[in-house]
Write a protein that binds this ligand. Structure first.
Ligand code: SF4
Length: 446
């Protein structure tokens, strides 16, 4: 439901590369650079070039699991996710069997490691019966140890697929966090977005979440919708806040390639109007105790999304299901592998032997790794602890020394004795900041 951000680095990476070859007109909109007093300190002996650096993991990153359910009632015109309109009955039983076989095939990659979170996303996972989710979670528990019995287990739900009692059954199955793809509470906006639910269903889904005993749930809300006024945008945020979720993902509608909206673009509000909507929304969220901790994520105290935080701090994750992506660090081979599963649900279901679930695999180079770490960690308002770079990448921070210094001079990142983070200006022009970290063809960074 194009909701909680899926991390799809290979696609993002490709887009960043494309962007690098485009004229950089956005630079003309930026204020003059303002240097920060603290510079990146790297001992000369520790300096290393990304082209010649080697991975050296002393400990492996935390491990999460993403499960992809690829079907929806209808394809939304703005959606570029791997989601498919369900024509006829969904082969639920077969798909759960396939997910379990897929996980079993992946297990040797993570022997001895424990899961810290699970995210069941889509598509529309709430189309599946709670019994199917129960069978899936039981199978996961039997095959992979959890770091604790109460790890975060999120399931994405579409308000148009919520029958009475379903959330309580999902809760009983072990789901302890819901992410509800509301997008808007405005009837006209929902219709223009092609959503299958109306404003009443959205409100009812949130109410049922409380009634089912969930003390942790997210609402997805979009802004910059076709025809949206600042007043309508403010109403959406106020309505979301009144429903008392613990977390709100608040993000801008963008026209992505290969979507119906890209082919027949709707009329979106002017940039200034979008900025005004966003500013009002952010202000209201802040005033009601939702602290922004990432580009699009706002949470009440201690209710940040553990699963997404693992992505943003460059943790590892398995990915099972059609088109799911994984990133796994390996201390034995001192490498980081990315792999992805075959995208089309029909091909995925037909995969025999299990090795055919894998659609592709590649090893990250040190230069790619430095860039990808920054691409994730600089999204966080608090940035990252300096030591985390070496812990999660297995590489010395010095491989990104040159672009870090440049970003500092431009006033885009701030470096303290313990932390590195994007400044407010850096977060505003994050793509430009990240461009500095893009590897050159010779494998060096920046
Ligand atoms: S509900 Fe719409 S936006 Fe969400 S995954 Fe399905 S098609 Fe995409």
């Amino acid at each position: 439901m194009a909701s909680t951000p899926l991390i799809r680095e290979p696609e993002l990476y490709a887009r960043m590369r494309d962007r690098k070859s485009q004229p950089r007109s956005v630079y003309s909109m930026q204020k003059p650079p303002r240097p920060f007093p603290v510079s990146v300190r790297v001992a000369p002996a520790a300096k290393a070039d990304a082209a010649s650096a080697n991975f050296h993991f002393t400990a492996l990153p935390p491990l999460s699991l993403y499960v992809h359910i690829p079907w929806c009632v209808r394809k939304c015109p703005y959606c570029d996710f791997n989601s498919h309109e369900a024509k006829g009955a969904i082969p639920e039983r077969e798909y759960i069997d396939a997910l379990i076989a897929d996980l079993e095939f992946d297990l040797p990659r993570v022997w001895g490691r424990k899961l810290k979170s699970i995210f069941i996303g889509g598509g529309t996972p709430s189309l599946f019966a709670p019994e199917s989710i129960d069978r899936l979670l039981s199978a996961l528990r039997a095959r992979l140890p959890f770091v604790s019995p109460d790890i975060e287990i999120t399931l994405e739900a579409n308000p148009g697929t919520v029958e009475q009692g379903k959330f309580a059954e999902l809760r009983a199955a072990g789901v302890n966090r819901l992410s509800i793809g509301v997008q808007s509470f405005d009837a006209d906006a929902l219709e223009r977005l092609g959503r299958i639910h109306g404003a009443k269903e959205a409100t009812r889904a949130a109410e049922q979440t409380h009634a089912a005993g969930f003390d942790n749930f997210n609402l997805d809300l979009m802004f910059g919708l076709p025809g949206q006024t600042p007043h309508a945008g403010a109403n959406d945020v106020a309505t979301a806040i009144a429903l008392e979720p613990t977390h709100i993902s608040y993000y801008q509608l963008t026209l992505e390639p290969n979507t119906q909206f890209a082919a027949r673009p709707p009329t979106l509000p002017e940039d200034d109007a979008i900025a005004a909507i966003q500013e009002r929304g952010q202000q209201a969220l802040g005033e009601h105790g939702y602290a922004q901790y990432e580009v699009s994520a706002y949470a009440r105290a201690d209710k940040q999304c553990a699963h997404n935080l693992n992505y943003w701090t460059f943790g590892d994750y398995l990915g099972i299901g059609a088109g799911a992506h994984a990133k796994i660090s390996d201390a034995q081979t001192q490498s980081i592998q990315r792999l992805w599963k075959v995208k089309n649900p029909r091909d995925y279901l037909a995969a025999v032997p299990a090795s055919e679930y894998v659609g592709g695999e590649s090893a990250l180079t040190p230069a790619d790794t430095g860039f990808e770490f920054m691409m994730n960690a600089l999204r966080l308002n608090d940035g990252f602890e300096t030591r985390l770079f070496a812990e999660r990448t297995g590489l010395p921070l010095s491989i990104v020394e040159a672009p870090m210094a440049l970003a500092q001079r431009k006033g885009w990142i701030e470096v303290t004795s313990t932390h590195i983070r994007a400044t407010a200006q850096g977060r505003r022009y994050l793509n430009d900041v990240l461009e500095l970290f893009l590897p050159e063809p010779n494998g060096s960074v920046g």
